[in-house]
Design a protein around this ligand. Sequence first.
Ligand SMILES: NC(=O)c1ccc[n+]([C@@H]2O[C@H](COP(=O)([O-])OP(=O)(O)OC[C@H]3O[C@@H](n4cnc5c(N)ncnc54)[C@H](O)[C@@H]3O)[C@@H](O)[C@H]2O)c1
Length: 323
Amino acid sequence: MGWILVTGAAGFIGWKTCEFLLSEGARVLGVDNLNDYYAVRLKLWRLEKLKKHPDFRFLEVDIENHGALRVLFETFPVEAVINLAARAGVRASMEDPWVYYRTNVEGTLNLLEIMRDRGVKKMVLASTSSVYAGSPLPYREDLPVNRPLSPYAASKKAAEVLAYTYHHLYGLDISVLRYFTVFGPAGRPDMSYFRFIKWIDEGKPVVVYGDGTQARDFTYVDDIARGTVRALRPLGYEIINLGGGRNPVSINTLIEKIENLLGKKARVEYREFHRADMKVTWAEIGKAERLLDWRPEISLDEGLSRTVKWYLENKYWLKDISV
Ligand SMILES: NC(=O)c1ccc[n+]([C@@H]2O[C@H](COP(=O)([O-])OP(=O)(O)OC[C@H]3O[C@@H](n4cnc5c(N)ncnc54)[C@H](O)[C@@H]3O)[C@@H](O)[C@H]2O)c1
């Protein structure tokens, strides 16, 4: 049996996706460059859990390094690739757009080229709801998405179309998944829900860009991981939303829910809305139901309660992590 290569395995979604694959009996080869965009300790915490599993192997590899990836494919019989490694910060992508382009676009190109060369057919590619900026709601996969608001969103759109070219020219089978604001335990400290939990608990000011009416279609990480593994099935080339699919929830409502779970009041400081941010996201998820037999199972309330519980249990080391 071959290996499923998961890039970004030490990341939030990568970690959960590896767990799901392992629970289904797959052999998983995880790679990650363990960069310090956010606390490496959190990435190592996730890896520690994965390394307990006998069918998991980890290699510290950068997907920007074409040569290292080639050696990896020569050493392990890779059956399919789940490409989750990316720089993923919307606002942060304005500070160093080059690294976003190198990892998200050139890194994807490296994988596609090696797959073509070695006859590996299947890639699941992580994309984002950010590509829908300015589109009518709810977001459908067939909308034209040509107005990305950040270098991050532009890099993801570039990877999507590059993958299409490799499907067209070489018959690679690609599932592009557009994820909608993924949340859950051991998530990304740069994301709003994680910061809000920590700030409210620590009694620090809760910084909100905009008036807090901006809204997101929150999706729980276990649902995302399950959908990602399902997307390994042969599809040709398809773009599929994985999102909550319910009415979007505002940032102000999110803060209230966290206040209730922690039993503490937030001191909110509103700042100017950031022009790289989207006002609202909302997924139409009929295509995921049809093609993947997928729909989200964990509600925002249930998912948030699990997330806050994890935070409280791990607070003793999370206190040192910057958000
Ligand atoms: N979390 C969300 O809400 C969300 C929403 C839409 C799309 N996505 C996409 O899902 C994927 C996973 O996101 P996440 O939230 O788990 O982020 P994450 O930052 O936790 O995970 C990404 C992982 O990739 C690794 N990585 C980055 N550059 C790399 C490189 N050059 N080589 C090897 N590894 C590298 C990082 O170290 C990190 O562990 C990304 O492609 C992201 O763009 C996430």
